[in-house]
Design a protein around this ligand. Structure first.
Ligand SMILES: Cc1ncc(COP(=O)(O)O)c(C=O)c1O
Length: 357
């Protein structure tokens, strides 16, 4: 198998596009340096075709977690194509914004208002602005990865190892104002005493985390985080940009019966079209009107239209139930391969060619 065209284009890209790509997770060097196809010409279902015409089955998380229904889903695409024909952008607002807000508020019954953005990181920046505005305090306790914005990277200004262990270690805060040092404090998932210590020593106004990532919460971890947030009068933000709509319709938090004050969705809610939603309690979300949070392309129509079509289909097909079943099957398969390997030291066979991992 040859990926000549993709390799050549990747080398050109690195000369004229800093980092070569807009997303760290798409760097060829992270996968198979000198051999990674890097670019796609077509993507449909789970099939991907590269620039040399090689075909692959995508066994990763489908466009970095964005396409749970498969690439170029026909139902979502039908909706998007009709938006293209009737107009994506206008001086007036798109009615889909209201329809989507109602749909999300049915899913998150405890919430009362919704704002939108188009990417996960910016939606988190919006959530942080609203949460800080409501609590009236700057300091944040956080766990996990939440995007590229200053509020998050500022954690690395006081100690460049602060973000280690939070999905992407070693993130450089170059260009982040030094004045933001000591405004964001990391805690480890399932380590409640770390969060307790942070809230005892700092006036924390916002607690931010994913309700789960690679591990399940232990010893009532999420309930305890909720209790600390209530005690400190801090706004609790659940980042469901990656976990959302996989285990439940809505956030994975629904598995544990612990409600946040704000939940943020992006990636999978619109199956490959940019969309992000910040859903929260009315009295908190009202601060989005007092603080200035506004952007032209947050009003385009494809995003909310694609999200409505995606969520509708996920509900109809009960996608999270299917994903949980298939996820378990795949995890069990990997575990069996590992066990067989340990049992049989001569086990060297791999079947990974033409499959993304
Ligand atoms: C939990 C979490 N938050 C935020 C982000 C950032 O989202 P985006 O890449 O859309 O800016 C990601 C992306 O992987 C994520 O997994």
């Amino acid at each position: 198998m040859k990926c000549k065209k993709g390799q050549a284009l990747w080398k050109e890209a690195k000369k004229i596009i800093p980092m070569g790509t807009q997303l760290l997770s798409k760097k060829a060097e992270l996968f198979l340096p000198e051999q990674w196809p890097s670019y796609f010409s077509k993507a449909k279902g789970i099939e991907v075709q590269d620039l040399d015409g090689n075909k692959y089955l995508d066994f990763t998380i489908m466009g970095v977690g964005s396409c749970i229904l498969g690439y170029a889903d026909p139902d979502v695409n039908k909706t998007v194509k009709s938006v293209i024909d009737t107009g994506n952008m206008c001086t007036l607002n798109s009615p889909e914004e209201v329809k989507l807000a109602k749909l999300l508020l049915e899913i998150d019954e405890w919430a009362g208002k919704v704002r939108y953005a188009r990417t996960g990181g910016e939606a988190m920046a919006v959530a942080i602005r609203i949460a800080r505005a409501f609590s009236g305090r700057d300091k944040i306790a956080f766990c996990g990865y939440h995007g590229w914005h200053d509020w998050y990277l500022s954690a690395n200004l006081s100690d460049d190892r602060n973000l280690d262990g939070h999905l992407l270690p070693g993130l450089e805060p170059l260009g982040v104002p030094r004045g933001l040092a000591k405004t964001a404090f990391p805690f480890t998932y399932n380590n409640i005493s770390e969060l307790e210590k942070i809230t005892e020593s700092h006036d924390i106004g916002v607690i931010v985390m994913e309700p789960l990532r690679s591990n399940y919460p232990e010893n009532g971890f999420l309930e305890k985080v909720r209790a600390i947030a209530d005690r400190c009068k801090a706004v609790l933000v659940f980042d469901e940009i990656t976990s959302g709509f996989r285990m439940r319709i809505g956030g994975a938090y629904k598995l544990f019966n612990v409600e946040p004050d704000i939940v943020v969705y992006a990636k999978a809610i619109s199956n490959g079209y940019p969309m992000a939603a910040i859903v929260g309690r009315s009295e908190i979300m009202e601060k989005a009107e007092e603080s200035f949070i506004s952007s032209t392309y947050w009003t385009e129509r494809i995003g909310p239209a694609a999200a409505i079509a995606t969520i509708k289909k996920m509900k109809q097909k009960n996608v999270p139930e299917y994903l949980m079943k298939m996820g378990k099957k795949i995890m069990d398969g990997w575990k069996n391969i590992r066990t067989n390997r340990i049992k049989n030291k001569n086990f060297r066979h791999t079947t990974t060619s033409k499959v993304f991992f």
